[in-house]
Design a protein around this ligand. Structure first.
Ligand SMILES: Cc1cc2nc3c(=O)[nH]c(=O)nc-3n(C[C@H](O)[C@H](O)[C@H](O)COP(=O)(O)OP(=O)(O)OC[C@H]3O[C@@H](n4cnc5c(N)ncnc54)[C@H](O)[C@@H]3O)c2cc1C
Length: 395
């Protein structure tokens, strides 16, 4: 079965990718092998702060940024993002989360921020001394993000924001949030949907007057998550990211970069489940032999391994296409759809192979079972990925 290190012989990779994979593997073995997996809110918050600082110190967060902003390479390299996410997810979902959110939460600034804004936030993101968040979704605007209602109104040298954002990862511990809000009233399209124009992006800090963490949210695989609110929240005019009205495009470009990396994280979770399952079936005895000796078991393992390799191929193909500057929208959607759905099935099968042990709290496969679920929903649910692929096919 190909681990990431075996698959590095694929033509998608270059020498620096092979080096990075070895570095990530060694860093994981040293820093994450005995990782704590807290489930209480205070423990999770503290662990995420610790992880961001450690990833920054190790220089790994540089791969979320461009060299001009303290990053590793001239442009964000999708294959490096994927290698790191796959490796971190194999060890620890929170490590993958902490890494990926530094990228997702800062990408609007990377893609469209002014020199002043980039200099203020991005070098600290790379060092792990500032925690980033991306606030697009609202209670009534998830897949249909353009239906958002949060608003921003110019007030002399400032903007005033009103409304709320939900499911904000890192909400509650973030040092800054890239927030999307309407600067023009929503316009309906003939089919009744809301047009994406008139949305702008801003940076909001927790100390800004009128900002509040309205509610902390608890999910099955705990990570810092919150609903944040803005009540006449006053921020300086310079905190606008890019041009007024460009916010939706900035949000979509951000998701485009990171969608493939979600697929990579799913591959990491799935590979860990297979590794755990292989160990288990070779140790577990029943009916006078090892569980591994039954052909039914071997068929299950074969399907798990084949699914993972197919998902890895799609993932790294999509990342490679993006790094080459080619069209990759459908490839990224195929990768996310296939990798997250496959990983869910693979992990479920690993739990089944473990029998009762598989659902015990504290078992790796039980943790993976909880960790994989949200990946099929966020950054475009599986159904949305199918819509994207369909649209690209019909173009
Ligand atoms: C753990 C977690 C972390 C998150 N972190 C962030 C974050 O950091 N920042 C942020 O902004 N958001 C975040 N989100 C929000 C996430 O992006 C949304 O949950 C996601 O976009 C789906 O929106 P929704 O939950 O409103 O579901 P809905 O949009 O209500 O979707 C419900 C169902 O309808 C399906 N559906 C959608 N469109 C169609 C269609 N055209 N036809 C048929 N079915 C359709 C969906 O696929 C889904 O199955 C996070 C979510 C989770 C679970």
């Amino acid at each position: 079965m190909a681990s990431i290190n075996d698959s590095l012989n694929w033509p998608f990779f270059e020498v620096p990718h092979r080096r990075l994979a070895a570095e990530a593997r060694d860093w994981g073995a040293t820093n994450l092998a005995n990782a704590a997996h807290p489930v209480d809110r205070a423990g999770v918050d503290a662990r995420c702060r610790e992880l961001v600082a450690a990833l920054g110190k190790a220089g790994l967060l540089k791969h979320c940024l461009r060299a001009a902003d303290g990053g590793a390479s001239a442009e964000i390299d999708a294959r490096s993002l994927c290698i790191l996410r796959e490796s971190l997810a194999w060890w620890d979902g929170l490590a993958d989360f902490s890494f990926s959110m530094q990228g997702l939460g800062s990408a609007p600034l990377t893609l469209a921020g002014s020199d002043t804004l980039r200099a203020r936030y991005l070098p600290r993101v790379a060092k792990g001394t500032a925690i980033a968040a991306f606030a697009l979704s609202e209670p009534e605007a998830g897949s249909d993000a353009a239906a958002m209602q949060a608003s921003a109104r110019r007030d002399g040298t400032h903007w005033r924001l009103n409304g709320s954002k939900t499911w904000v990862s890192n909400g509650g511990i973030a040092d800054f949030h890239c927030v999307f809000a309407r600067t023009e009233a929503a316009k309906s399209r003939p089919d009744g949907s809301v047009a994406a124009e008139g949305i702008s992006a801003f940076v909001v800090e927790p100390g800004d007057p009128g900002f509040a963490v309205a509610e902390r949210l608890d999910v099955m695989a705990p990570h810092p998550l919150a609903r944040i609110s803005f009540t006449d929240c006053r921020i300086p005019a310079e905190r606008l990211i890019g041009a007024e009205g460009e916010g939706f495009k900035i949000a979509m470009r951000t998701l485009d970069v990171f969608r493939t990396s979600v697929a990579a994280a799913a591959c990491g979770f799935a590979r860990r489940a297979l590794d755990e399952a292989l160990k288990h079936v070779m140790e577990r005895s029943m009916f006078g032999r090892k569980l591994a000796e039954f052909q039914l078991t071997q068929a299950t393992l074969a399907e798990m391994a084949t699914g993972i390799e197919a998902a890895q191929l799609l993932t790294y193909r999509a990342a490679w296409l993006r790094d080459r500057g080619e069209r990759f929208t459908a490839a990224a959607a195929m990768a996310k759809l296939t990798a997250t759905e496959t990983a869910q099935t693979v992990i479920d099968r690993a739990v089944q192979l473990f029998g009762g042990r598989g659902v015990m709290q504290g078992e790796v496969v039980e943790r993976l079972y909880r960790e994989i679920r949200a990946l099929r929903i966020y950054e475009g649910a599986s159904e949305v990925q199918k819509l994207i692929i369909g649209r690209e096919l019909l173009k």
